[in-house]
Design a binder for this molecule. Structure first.
Ligand code: ADP
Ligand code: ADP
Length: 239
């Protein structure tokens, strides 16, 4: 069954920037999909329309059967917990600890609270700890986020998304600020999350080789339209 569907989706910024034009595709549950294309192609807009961080101008977006553009605010909030988001710049609260950042994500979109830890039950804290351990952050659990390397910060970002038990992970250039070693660690974790946890992963990448290596499927975007949708082996590296 299809987890996410875009039907004739367009996005216009202001009066003259058409970022997306009549985009159609559907993603099956469990797929690992990379979105590739040149800078300014519309990759980030496309990804951010999926959970309505950006409002599409027209078309239909279905997530797990729900109409993302037509649903109520409350319904959108519920759906967003099922759509974990991972950012290029991590979007962590630096003065809080790793585990506080992970639990903080459960409070939902844009909330800010200090002393987060005490708000959570032992079970919830244990779940956060277990996820951090899976991501190799056992030793960092109580460190402040500003003491971590970029690769560690991104793993915290992934843990924050996973603790909500998402059906899908939306990753917006997750390795663009990382060195090759840290990038490999992050991509291996994302692949593992897809394969062993069955979570659908959609990732924006500007590194074509990485996309081809890790993905089940590639969406090629150029000038706001999908110019390729298929197997990684069908991509011509010279393009
Ligand atoms: P990519 O992620 O592939 O680099 P983007 O989705 O960021 O592409 O941008 C697609 C197009 O939309 C570009 O022309 C970009 O300049 C424009 N754009 C992106 N965000 C905004 C915005 N907030 N306001 C106006 N134009 C924007
Ligand atoms: P980046 O620098 O990675 O492009 P930004 O820091 O500009 O991303 O954040 C983009 C938007 O995402 C901001 O409007 C921010 O409020 C929002 N945002 C931050 N954290 C989250 C989160 N955990 N879930 C959803 N949206 C978030």
């Amino acid at each position: 069954t299809m987890l996410l569907e875009f039907k004739q989706v367009s996005k216009q910024y202001g009066t003259d920037t058409k970022a997306l034009t009549d985009v159609n595709f559907a993603v099956k549950e469990g797929e690992f999909v990379s979105i590739i294309g040149p800078s300014g192609a519309g990759k980030s807009t496309l990804l951010r329309c999926m959970n309505r961080m950006i409002d599409a101008s027209s078309g239909k977006i279905l997530f797990n059967g729900s109409d993302i553009l037509a649903c109520t605010k409350q319904e959108l909030k519920r759906l967003r917990t099922q759509m974990g988001m991972v950012f290029q710049h991590y979007n962590l609260v630096n003065r809080l600890s790793v585990i506080e950042n992970v639990l903080h994500g459960r409070l939902g979109y844009k909330s800010t609270l200090e002393g987060v830890l005490g708000l959570y039950s032992k079970e919830e804290r244990h779940q956060a700890y277990t996820i951090l351990k899976t991501l190799g952050l056992e030793e960092q659990v109580y460190k402040r986020c500003d003491q971590l390397s970029g690769g560690q910060k991104q793993r915290v970002g992934i843990a924050r998304a996973l603790v909500q038990n998402p059906k899908i992970l939306l990753c917006d250039e997750p390795i663009a600020s990382l060195d090759p070693n840290a990038s490999k660690v992050i991509m291996d974790h994302l692949r593992n999350i897809s394969t062993t946890m069955g979570i659908t992963v959609i990732v924006n990448l500007h590194q074509v080789d990485t996309a081809l290596k890790y993905s089940d499927r590639v969406l090629g975007v150029n000038k706001g339209t999908i110019v390729y949708d298929g197997n990684p082996s069908g991509i011509n590296r010279e393009q």
